[in-house]
Design a protein around this ligand. Structure first.
Ligand SMILES: C[S@@+](CC[C@H](N)C(=O)[O-])C[C@H]1O[C@@H](n2cnc3c(N)ncnc32)[C@H](O)[C@@H]1O
Length: 257
């Protein structure tokens, strides 16, 4: 059945630690990750799934900007008047990809930050790839949950566990992390890195890999939280500046000055 939940979300935060003998890399905010990727194109088109209050969306500039969220936390009609290059769709991502997007609409940069479940984000990724330019990039938010309860897909269970544990943090990432394992096993045409110096955003582009890691679909769908900690190498953590360098090299762009 198609996921049509209109969940309400808590934006998560996690400061990543670094080894004691190295200075911690500067933490990069989510909007700067997207902004720097947009800056690698001359005239980028941008799609954001899950926009909330527009804290990322309204800090970016692109000639075409598309916002999708069933519950915008701002007046999107007024925003459309203020930002003529932007369009705002108050629908779920499934509705947007199913009935709103034009068949030929393409984007260079897509940011997936909607409903934080593995199944929904997988569907968002597959739909986004249909509309991604060959040299495009997808950013998937929240693939590195900081705790067991932050990794659960059911938000009401998260709230109960958080209260029982006396955890004052609001972090909720759901089981989106499973998507990284899915890509590793089932999307050989894609390459990814996860930003180490923020809360955990996967940056994904169309670079084929010579091999995949064998896993069953069931294993990926049921992958427990502890694998995020114990098999961290699957996330392919890297400083954002190194991710940008890899991505630029793949596209044949000169290194950033
Ligand atoms: C974490 S917030 C987005 C934060 C925003 N990207 C930012 O950087 O500030 C998640 C948003 O996803 C939206 N959402 C929930 N279910 C959705 C769905 N099925 N499709 C699209 N957006 C959805 C929620 O309404 C919420 O506003």
């Amino acid at each position: 059945m198609t996921e049509r939940r209109r969940g309400s979300h808590l934006c998560s935060s996690l400061v990543t630690s670094s080894p004691h003998d190295e200075p911690a890399p500067r933490r990069i905010p989510r909007h700067q990750v997207v902004r720097r990727l947009l800056a690698t194109y001359d005239d980028p088109r941008y799609l954001e799934v899950g926009v909330s209050a527009g804290r990322t969306f309204h800090q970016l500039a692109a000639s075409t900007m598309v916002a999708v969220d069933p519950e915008f936390r701002f007046d999107h009609v007024a925003a459309a008047r203020e930002h003529p290059h932007a369009t705002y769709h108050p629908v779920t991502s499934d509705e947007y990809f199913g009935t709103v997007i034009g068949r030929d609409d393409k984007f260079e940069v897509v940011y997936l930050d909607g409903l934080h479940t593995f199944e929904q984000t997988l569907r968002d990724l597959l739909n986004a790839l249909e509309h991604l330019t060959p040299d495009g990039v997808v950013v998937i938010d929240d693939v590195r949950p900081p705790s067991y309860h932050a990794s659960l897909p059911d938000l009401s269970q998260v709230a109960r566990l958080r209260e029982a544990a006396g955890d004052p943090t609001k972090a909720w990432m759901g089981d989106v992390y499973r998507l990284v394992w899915f890509i590793d096993t089932f999307c050989q045409q894609l390459t990814w890195r996860t930003v180490a110096n923020n809360h955990g955003q996967a940056v994904v582009w169309r670079q084929p890999r010579p091999s995949v890691t064998e896993r069953s679909a069931r294993e990926v769908a049921e992958l427990p939280f502890e694998r995020v900690v114990l098999d961290q190498q699957v996330l392919r953590l890297a400083r954002f500046r190194d991710i940008v360098a890899d991505f630029r090299a793949w596209r044949g762009l000169p290194p950033e000055s």
